[in-house]
Write a protein that binds this ligand. Structure first.
Ligand SMILES: C[S@@+](CC[C@H](N)C(=O)[O-])C[C@H]1O[C@@H](n2cnc3c(N)ncnc32)[C@H](O)[C@@H]1O
Length: 244
């Protein structure tokens, strides 16, 4: 078991189970356990809601009780929005997944219990867990949809497991232009601007420096410098041709 196991206790809606599977697959989880799904299993509608995460649904294991579903696990979290007055450690999602990560890395099986859509987990089910996880929600509106609750835990798991690495990053097509190329570009612009008397007498040094600063702020790549240089040359040569 290299990942936490998601355990849904008496889930009712096929759409929620499908969306749970999708959320799990989004964040690299695949072990799903279902405890007595209401009105049986499989359920019509779960596959379409899973949106391609069928491997999670098809691999889901069925149990009669929460107790049986967690029997082989070494450490179990119970998720709940409500205070239950039980003497257990209470985690937020991020430290909970740090704890899960450490335990799984040392070879333990870790599970996360999620409750029924309407009534959540029963106190007896929570009493089977080692710790409680609750989310930092607005207390006036604290209950998340079941699949969203699974998504949040799965996200925190993946963030922990990958160190937050993103699948892709911002790319620069070419590296910033070398200084020599940039300075030669500045010389070129300044000579062309001189040729059309752009600089008022005695202001040239400060205006040339300001313009260099503008280009520095743009972090031009080699290709950017080539493009700008070509554009300025085209304008300058067009003017020279017209003036002949
Ligand atoms: C729709 S909620 C159940 C709401 C139910 N009325 C209750 O009060 O527990 C379904 C499940 O999502 C999880 N969940 C929802 N909101 C949560 C929160 N704020 N913190 C932790 N888990 C939450 C729990 O597992 C919960 O049993």
């Amino acid at each position: 078991m290299l990942h936490p196991i998601i355990i849904l206790v008496e889930p009712q809606l096929a759409e929620n189970i499908g969306m749970v599977a999708r959320a799990m697959a989004n964040f690299g989880l695949s072990d799903l356990r279902l405890v007595s799904p209401r009105n049986g299993w499989p359920k019509k509608g779960a596959h379409s809601a899973a949106s391609g995460a069928t491997h999670v649904l098809e691999g889901a294991k069925l149990y009669d009780t929460a107790r049986e579903a967690i029997a082989d696990l070494n450490y179990v979290f119970a998720t709940t929005a409500r205070e239950r007055g039980q003497m257990k450690r209470v985690f937020g999602p991020e430290p909970a997944m740090a704890e899960a990560h450490a335990r799984i890395a040392s070879g333990q099986g870790v599970g996360i219990l999620f409750g029924r859509e309407r009534t959540g987990l029963e106190n007896d089910e929570i009493s089977l867990a080692d710790a409680i996880v609750t989310f930092p929600v607005d207390p006036k509106f604290s209950s998340l949809n079941l699949a969203q609750a699974v998504l949040l835990m799965s996200y925190e798991w993946q963030r922990r497991a990958t160190g937050g690495a993103l699948p892709f990053g911002s790319e620069q097509s070419t590296p910033p232009a070398p200084r020599e190329m940039l300075v030669s570009f500045f010389d070129y612009i300044e000579s062309e601007l001189d040729a059309v008397n752009f600089y008022p007498e005695d202001k040239k040094p400060i205006m040339a420096r300001n313009m260099r600063d503008i280009f520095h702020r743009l972090q031009l790549s080699e290709q950017d410098v080539r493009t700008l240089r070509g554009a300025i040359r085209a304008i300058a040569e067009g003017r020279r041709l017209r003036n002949r």
